[in-house]
Design a protein around this ligand. Structure first.
Ligand SMILES: NC(=O)c1ccc[n+]([C@@H]2O[C@H](COP(=O)([O-])OP(=O)(O)OC[C@H]3O[C@@H](n4cnc5c(N)ncnc54)[C@H](O)[C@@H]3O)[C@@H](O)[C@H]2O)c1
Length: 321
């Protein structure tokens, strides 16, 4: 099978590429980003890296024509990016998604769209099941543009599904692992990791009681592969994540413990000092993952302790390389 992965040189895309190459499939990655996360695949004859954008319509058309299955992961991701550049976030995540869906529709190729737990916004009723409400703030607050952009992408997916295109929507919950962002930027794991490597204090926002459900990348990828291969996923939105809730403070403590002797400590900081006034954190973020388990047949296997240790080992090796 030939698989197109937009955004395939990113964190999740690189692991998804590994999974399909390991299955014996041919993988085409379309990404504007750096090659570092897929460098290890470049000498595989079944792996092709196309360094270009989902805004190159001719290219998207030709890739959609020759591939059997399309994963659309390309997006502007990460709080610091979507707060800093809402235009680019909306443009890539909405207009870029339309480009991919249009080309897929032309050739009748199944699309798996990568959405996010952020679509539920700050809905206080957890765990969130796929049909739960989206509870968001005002459009004058840039913080909500990422959630909205992904929700619009989902609406497009379901609209195309009504037109007859097989489409599955996967909503990821805080996936982490090797090759996540650069240390010190991006997501919680890499921010704490960068601080540990520098011997700096781990900055916990607020009182650290806000919770996340951290999902190890191999578990997320197994579910994502299944969503592409299993026709039962077509026309569905599916939460991809573990349902074990961990507070940010507990996570910081776990990272300190697993890192071993260090002069780093936990330091509580205000949200405004990190993200400015326009950011609003989500107090609890928990998936109902029954659909992932029953429809896709995926049970998360990696505990937070085990996954954090594996990811830490990888980042430590990278820092020494
Ligand atoms: N990792 C998570 O926990 C998580 C959670 C929720 C949703 N997601 C979604 O999963 C997908 C992958 O996320 P990730 O964590 O791997 O992030 P990532 O930033 O590592 O990957 C996104 C990739 O998209 C590429 N890209 C951006 N604009 C592009 C364009 N115009 N054309 C082609 N490529 C472009 C980037 O270069 C990058 O490699 C995203 O759609 C994201 O919204 C991830």
């Amino acid at each position: 099978m030939r698989v197109l992965i937009t955004g395939g040189a990113g964190f999740l895309g690189s692991h998804l590429s590994d999974a399909f190459v390991a299955r014996g499939d041919e993988v085409f990655v379309l990404d504007t980003g750096a090659i570092a996360k897929v460098r290890h695949l470049l000498d595989q004859p079944r792996f092709h890296y196309v360094h270009d954008s989902i805004f190159n319509l001719e290219l998207i058309d030709s890739l959609a024509a020759k591939c059997d299955l399309i994963y659309h992961l390309a997006a502007v991701v990460g709080v610091e990016h979507y707060v800093a550049d809402p235009y680019e976030t909306l443009n890539v995540n909405v207009n870029g998604t339309q480009n991919v869906l249009k080309a897929a529709y032309k050739y009748g190729k199944k699309v798996v769209f990568s959405s996010t737990s952020e679509v539920y916004g700050r809905n206080p009723k957890v765990p969130w099941s796929e049909d739960d409400d989206r509870v968001l703030g005002a459009t004058t607050i840039d913080r909500w543009c990422y959630s909205t952009s992904k929700a619009v992408g989902e609406h497009f997916c379901f609209a195309y599904h009504k037109l007859g295109l097989p489409v599955a929507v996967v909503r990821f919950f805080n996936v982490y692992g090797p090759r996540l962002d650069r240390v010190d930027v991006g997501r919680l794991f890499t921010i704490f990791m960068g601080q540990l490597l520098r011997g700096a204090d781990l900055t916990v926002i607020g009182d650290g009681a806000q919770t996340r459900c951290f999902t190890y990348v191999t578990d997320a990828v197994a579910a994502t592969v299944a969503a592409g291969l299993n026709p039962a996923a077509d026309g569905q939105a599916i939460n991809i994540g573990v349902d074990v809730e961990t507070s940010v403070l507990e996570f910081a403590r776990l990272m300190l413990e697993l890192y071993g002797p260090t002069k780093s400590k936990i330091k509580f900081v205000t949200q405004e000092s990190v993200y400015g006034n326009s950011y609003e954190d989500i107090p609890r973020r928990v998936p109902d993952n029954a659909k992932m388990r029953k429809l896709l047949g995926i049970e998360p296997r990696v505990s937070l302790r085990e996954g954090t240790r594996m990811a830490m080992d990888w980042f430590r090796r990278e820092a020494q390389a």
